[in-house]
Design a protein around this ligand. Sequence first.
Ligand code: GUN
Length: 280
Amino acid sequence: MAEIIDGKRISQQIKDELKEKAAALKAKGKTGALAVIQVGADPASCVYVRNKKNACAYIGIESLAYELPEETTEEKLLELIAELNGRQEVKGILVQLPLPQHICEDKIIQAISPDKDVDGFHPQSVGAMTIGAPGFLPCTPAGIIQLLKRSGVEIAGKHCVIIGRSNIVGKPMALLMLRENATVTVAHSKTRNLAKLCRQADILIVAIGKPQFIGAEYIKEGAVVIDVGIHRNENNKLCGDVKFEEAKQAASAITPVPGGVGPMTIAMLMSNCVQSIEEG
Ligand code: GUN
């Protein structure tokens, strides 16, 4: 039976460390704000944005909320980002995704100054991560590395299979696991015989985006399973990409949904903000 990797507890530990660090920086006169921009009122985005603002308050960082109407033009949004790029006290800029159809996400991401890119999505941040140069790391993959390390999971030399190749999770996850000396395989929707491949994983990271898709037949006895998915099932309860009850019989450690990867994303966003205040 698997050990449950408690993302809520580990994220709280990280936030408490950051709270102390932010207070020490403040004592040295180093402060700064995170600007959080939301366009439209997607219900999931509203929850995420609220959680981000609450986390800032907890750590002791100022947050500036920009809640813009759905019909905001790309030009207006670019103007706001340019203004925030130029403001000294703003140390982080976060534009909540997804954006409405009429706004080009890539253009917006590229408009954010890399030294305020606390999401780690700017091509310069991605390039720096790829070669191991300093820069902001994307929050979800960085949070997963922290979950593994703080749960005592050894990464070096292990075979890590990642299901999913998105720019936000799969691709950066592969690079960060490589940096930790794992042997990495990236699987995706065109991968043949996915279950057989996954059964070779010592660490299985699932970001497939399909509710409760991964069952026991994908999991090697004793593997560590990280579930990045978050969905609502037919009873309106939160669930992940993994069939948790089944998977925990085979795994040696597993993250639950909710309370696994989710809270870590926000903790790492706060970590990037504190890093930006420290460097700025
Ligand atoms: N939407 C879903 N996840 C994220 C994230 O990590 N950052 C931003 N900005 N938007 C998101």
